[in-house]
Design a protein around this ligand. Structure first.
Ligand code: EPU
Length: 418
């Protein structure tokens, strides 16, 4: 397993270009199952999760080619309707093939994702939603087995605005008979990007980006000429946190600032300066950030996917900050590792109290999940001395060439291959 060796303590300066959003690319790749033909996707990030989704589609009979950041998916010959445990256990987002398979082929066998490092993460809302649309679903030997002759439009209310749940039901509904209304739908920009892809295939969707989405089923969809995946707001936010925590000056190119309002406003409270320029967004970190409280919320609230990175930044802030995680029940795995680097953090229930220290100190640490790994990278970049991060395969799942991008900003980083 590769490790990352970081010699910290230098402000990061320069320009970084944001890659395509992982959490938009994955549902859009799954959505290609909804219509027979050749799909051209651009700005697809080269990530392990993207390769896993490609493998999943290939095993179903699709032809998938990825070159640079272009992905061509031919879905003319789909002959298998299964997502097996060996792939689903490495990527929970595999569940996204469930809706498209049932909608277009009337059957699917998808392994139930287990729990994961950040929480139990059930998929009950996906299942109940499909059942409401007329699918017959049984759980057998760890698999969701779904069948439906023709899904029917209906009204679905989500107890929680689940992101992939909204995406799965939206993908199922585009080929259902009649109108489906999703209430308390997720409003994340990635849901909007998926909807735009579906609309460009001929789907009829209204209200996307709001909490009520209305989908009128159509009998057939056709691949659009091409689609460009939106930039990754979490990658952009991560670089903002890097500039902020290291007292750096980073020009972030290609991000959509309107999707990052909550993060930018909280960073401004921490003393970070943002300058919109012709080339992109310039982010200038203060000498030492002010402490700021955050509470994670569904979009447009502060994203849970930025909580760990913000905590790394707060670990060296001037003062105490209170960080509340309301989306996942176990998303503080980075705390113990940050403490090993000298951070003063205590956790009670879903609340972490971070008492800022002047300096972190390099240490060997272990990455536990994707965003926790990003927070350890930030901590390593600002710490005095040497940090070795083990299990960085988590980072490769979600950040395109992070080490190369950091090196171009002046970081002293080495990937230790095993
Ligand atoms: N939930 C249920 N039942 C369900 C579905 C969700 O109880 O059927 C709960 C979850 O356990 C969680 C909450 O609802 O407590 C929200 O989960 P959600 O379903 O919205 O999360 P997700 O769709 O599994 C996506 C992203 C995550 C991101 C979350 C929240 C993708 C592929 N994944 O997950 O991204 O943290 O939304 O914004 O879009 C990451 O990129 O590192 C990552 C984990």
């Amino acid at each position: 397993m590769d490790k990352l060796l970081i010699f910290g303590g230098r402000p990061l300066k320069g320009t970084v270009i944001i890659s395509g959003a992982k959490n938009a690319a994955l549902p859009i790749m799954a959505a290609t199952l909804l219509s027979s033909g050749i799909h051209h996707l651009k700005r697809v990030p080269r990530l392990r999760d993207v390769l896993t989704m490609a493998e999943l589609l290939k095993r179903m009979g699709a032809n998938v080619q990825i070159e640079n950041n272009k992905c061509i998916i031919d879905t003319t010959k789909i002959t298998h309707f299964e997502a097996s445990y060996d792939l689903v256990k490495t990527m929970r987002a595999s569940i996204l093939v469930l809706g498209p398979l049932v909608a277009r082929f009337g059957k699917a066998k998808v392994s139930l994702p287990g729990g994961c490092a950040i929480g139990a993460r059930p998929v009950n809302l996906h299942i109940v939603g499909l059942e409401k649309m007329g699918a017959k679903i049984v759980l057998q030997e760890g698999y969701i087995i779904a069948k439906a002759n023709q899904l029917k439009g209906t009204k679905i209310y989500f107890d929680i605005p689940t992101v992939t749940g909204t995406e799965n039901i939206m993908m199922a509904a585009v080929l259902a008979k009649g109108t489906t209304i999703i209430e308390n739908a997720a409003k994340e920009p990635e849901v909007v990007d998926l909807a735009n892809y579906l609309i460009s295939m001929g789907a009829k969707i209204k209200g996307v980006g709001t909490s009520i989405i209305e989908i009128e089923g159509v009998s057939e969809l056709n691949p659009p000429i091409f689609h460009e995946i939106i930039p990754d707001r979490i990658e952009a936010g991560t670089f903002m946190a890097i500039a902020a925590a290291s007292g750096g000056d980073i020009l972030i190119k290609g991000c959509r600032t309107e999707n990052l309002d909550a993060v930018i406003l909280k960073m401004k409270d921490a003393g970070v300066i943002f300058k919109e320029t012709k080339e992109g967004l310039r982010v200038i970190g203060p000498k030492r950030p002010n402490s700021v409280d955050i509470k994670t919320m569904p979009y447009p609230g502060f994203p849970t996917d930025m909580q760990a990175q913000f905590m790394a930044m707060m670990s060296v802030a001037n003062g105490t900050s209170v960080i509340k995680e309301t989306i996942f029940e176990n998303r503080f795995m980075h705390v113990a590792e940050l403490r090993r680097m000298g951070a003063d953090i205590s956790v009670e229930g879903n609340t972490a109290t971070v008492r800022g220290v002047k300096h972190l100190k390099g240490a060997p640490v272990m990455a536990t999940d994707l965003r926790a790994s990003a927070s350890l990278v930030i901590a390593g970049l600002i710490a005095e001395g040497k940090t070795i991060i083990d299990r960085i395969y988590h980072l490769d799942r979600g950040y395109e060439e992070l080490d190369k991008k950091l090196i171009s900003l002046g970081a002293k980083i080495e990937r230790l291959k095993k």
